[in-house]
Design a protein around this ligand. Structure first.
Ligand code: GLU
Length: 483
């Protein structure tokens, strides 16, 4: 087999999305698994839709995730450069001319308005998908000159053969059937001289010696068009695999406007997610590991595990709570310095801690290392403890009003008055003794105290809560049941 060379080819029309990041990751894993190259190519030919800064941010976000390209605009291999499509427009025109010279492509002078009319006319005849009617296929030189004189600029269309089998064996889905009759002659170079995606991608994948194309399902219907171009040039196409769509919890295809899911990698970074947790989560989004129930995989383990046959054929559900859980698992495992780095900027946003020393802030932050699911969570966690203005909900009120609860809270508060040194040992002893004293144990005893102090039914150890609030504030809050 030739060297494995795969690519991730974002268009700088937006920032790195979870779908794109997953494509990049799977290509990266496939390359690394096979000692191949992972290429990052910028497909920026849709000029009107390009967004300033999107290219840099795509690259930065991929690097943040640890998906490092072997070749890119910043790390070009002279053999394959340039890596940005708009830097080689002449090259695409040269290849389009080769097709024109062979009679396999032709100039089209139809205007947008004429094409729109053609579409409407076909629609009114009940034609489902529009096909160019080949108006310009056999224009004479005089006709072309006339159009040019009118100021029209030609696009170039591929002349599709009739009834050509364009089926292929998809690496993920198996045999996929297409025929050239499914399409009309499509544009390969627009009238502004810029190639369309379907044309540029073939020229690039061929010249960059790409061996496998792993991309999203939305490109499935582009593949036969690309295969036709390979055929016309007599080039061997790469192998194609199309990854399934990502759906939300309701089973609907993720749209970039779906507000129920955070969709851009930079947003996750802002929220304080860890890149390795995101990669691990993306890895399981459409990939089934051999050990069915295993969920935690480092990037190296993902490389070892990766195998195209285990890519799923059915849509992958984006499970938000799983991502949070996974990030929480990774947060627990990072060392304290990295943890403090992660939460540092959020600690600065907590008003309650404004007058605390850095050391004390960090001490408090460390208490939540096993609790938070992302860095910014720490704001809510800490605010919830300090903020005594939150109202109790009905469930909490009913819990607090039962007699066992009142007794537990009062007893503990009374006993807390007697100790001068609040530390782990004294508090834990006090909790034990208070339970013994009144014969109320476990949940019945702890829950009302916890709810009263934190408005939560679970969380950090009781000793830590009291440590954060201080003895006086704790007693004040516990006395609330008596109000
Ligand atoms: N530029 C295309 C996109 O962003 C890449 C498609 C492909 O991988 O061929 O969707």
């Amino acid at each position: 087999m030739n060297k494995v060379r795969v690519r991730y080819a974002p268009s700088p029309t937006g920032y790195l999305h979870i779908g794109g990041a997953r494509s990049a990751l799977f290509n990266y894993l496939f390359a690394k698994k096979n000692n191949g190259d992972f290429v990052l190519r910028i497909e920026d030919t849709d000029i009107e839709r390009n967004i300033p800064g999107a290219e840099e941010s795509q690259i930065k976000d991929l690097e943040w995730l640890g998906i490092i390209a072997d070749e890119s605009i910043n790390k070009p291999n002279p053999k394959y450069a340039p890596y940005r499509q708009t830097e080689k427009l002449d090259l695409y025109r040269k290849y389009a001319q080769i097709l024109i010279d062979k009679g396999l492509a032709y100039e089209c002078y139809c205007t947008e308005e004429e094409l729109e009319k053609m579409k409407e006319e076909q629609l009114s005849r009940g034609v489902k998908s529009f096909k160019y009617d080949r108006h310009c296929l056999n224009l004479t030189e005089e006709e072309k000159a006339k159009y040019k004189a009118e100021g029209r600029k030609p696009s170039i269309r591929l002349k599709l053969p009739a009834n050509e089998d364009l089926s292929f064996n998809d690496l993920v889905r198996g045999p996929i059937k297409f025929n050239s009759n499914d399409f009309g002659d499509f544009v390969i170079i627009k009238s502004n001289g810029i190639p369309t995606y379907n044309f540029a991608v073939v020229i690039d994948d061929h010249l960059m010696e790409i061996s496998h194309v792993l991309r999203g399902e939305e490109h499935l219907s582009n593949t036969p068009k690309q295969l036709q171009i390979y055929k016309y040039f007599g080039w061997e196409p790469p192998k194609f695999g199309h990854m399934t769509i990502i759906v939300n919890e309701k089973g609907r295809k993720l749209s970039k406007r779906d507000g129920s899911i955070v969709q851009f990698i930079s947003q996750y970074r802002e929220l304080g997610y860890l890149p390795e947790a995101i990669c691990n989560f993306l890895f399981l989004l459409g990939f089934t590991p051999k050990e069915a129930n295993r969920e935690i995989f480092s990037l190296d383990e993902q490389i070892k595990e990766f195998d195209l046959v285990n890519l799923s054929k059915s849509p992958s559900m984006f499970d938000n709570s799983k991502l949070k859980w996974m990030n929480g698992q990774y947060i627990k495992k990072i060392d304290n310095n990295r943890y403090l780095d992660l939460v540092g900027k959020y600690l600065d946003k907590i008003d309650y801690l404004k007058d605390y020393s850095k050391e004390r802030k960090e001490e408090i932050a460390l208490i939540f290392k096993n609790e938070i699911t992302c860095g910014s969570d720490i704001i809510n966690e800490i605010n919830a403890i300090f903020d005594d203005t939150l109202a109790f909900n009905d469930e909490e009120l009913s819990l607090l009003s039962n007699s066992k609860s009142t007794l537990s809270v009062n007893t503990f508060a009374k006993n807390l008055e007697t100790i001068s040194d609040v530390n782990k040992e004294t508090i834990n002893n006090l909790l034990k003794e208070s339970q013994k004293e009144i014969g109320i144990k476990g949940k019945d005893f702890y829950m009302p105290i916890r709810v009263l102090l934190t408005h939560k039914t679970h969380g950090i150890e009781m000793y830590n809560i009291i440590d954060i609030l201080g003895k006086e504030e704790t007693i004040k809050r516990l006395s609330k049941t008596n109000d």
